[in-house]
Write a protein that binds this ligand. Structure first.
Ligand SMILES: Nc1ncnc2c1ncn2[C@@H]1O[C@H](COP(=O)(O)OP(=O)(O)OP(=O)(O)O)[C@@H](O)[C@H]1O
Ligand SMILES: [Mg+2]
Length: 223
């Protein structure tokens, strides 16, 4: 039985697109016939509320407490999980509750996905999440989200973030298709598979796969 790959979606800033990425990736992977389990570690329970609106069986969601995370995750292999995607609360370095949640989540992650809006405040906050990733030695990737099309600030954000780590070449543009699909428990891909938002989601997954492949090659070289 293979251990599922665990993706933790985290960023210090509220509203950066953490829950959106959990929704988009989990549905995208489910549509590719992978077995995906969602875990919602945010007390706001935005991901859980979206999931309860869904009628489709996939992705699944499991309620695991923080304490049960390290023992519960390996057991998901017995349920055929290929991927586990964990949503986390917004946080800052001084926030004890966030520390309590993020420490076990980061410890269990194969990859941390860090959504960042292309705004100076959001960019400034990226450092805290990066420091946490580095402390745990977990690979991470930035994803620029809610970008306004054709603005230089997006290119500047990508350039600034790439000083700290790998940035997904797939940018999630600010589109009404996202919140309107989320409002009915879906993702844009499920509303219109040929939409620009669906295309972006596919590109996001491809960029994550490419990043994971480079991480595996690095580890093989070290072994
Ligand atoms: N690409 C996008 N285009 C338009 N709206 C978006 C996009 N991505 C997310 N949103 C909307 O932006 C808001 C914030 O997104 P989301 O809830 O994913 O952020 P979050 O990081 O999980 O927030 P929190 O820190 O509060 O948990 C939501 O209303 C969501 O529907
Ligand atoms: Mg959220």
């Amino acid at each position: 039985m293979t251990k599922p790959q665990v993706f933790v979606v985290a960023s210090q800033k509220g509203g950066s697109g953490k829950t959106a990425i959990c929704r988009l990736l989990s549905v995208h992977l489910s549509r590719q016939m992978h077995s995906v389990f969602l875990i919602d570690l945010d007390i706001q329970k935005t991901l859980t509320k979206w999931h309860t609106k869904r009628t489709a069986d996939e992705p699944k969601r499991i309620d695991l407490t923080i304490d049960a995370l390290s023992t519960g995750l390996p057991l998901l292999a017995n349920h055929g999980a290929d991927f586990v995607i964990i949503d986390t609360p917004p946080s800052d370095d001084e926030d004890e509750n966030a520390h309590f949640v993020l420490t076990p989540a980061f410890a269990s992650a194969d990859l941390i996905i860090i959504p960042i809006k292309p705004s100076p405040d959001d960019l400034e906050s990226a450092g805290a999440t990066v420091r946490r990733c580095k402390a745990f030695g977990v690979p991470f990737i930035f994803v620029v989200t809610q970008a306004i099309s054709n603005t230089s600030i997006t290119a500047q954000a990508i350039a600034a973030l790439s000083q700290h780590g790998v940035v997904s070449p797939a940018v999630l543009v600010n589109r009404v298709a996202y919140p309107s699909a989320f409002a009915v428990g879906k993702t844009p891909e499920e509303i219109s598979a040929g939409s620009s938002a669906a295309f972006e989601t596919g590109r996001l997954w491809e960029s994550i796969q490419a990043h994971l492949a480079t991480q595996n090659t690095k580890q093989e070289r070290k072994a």
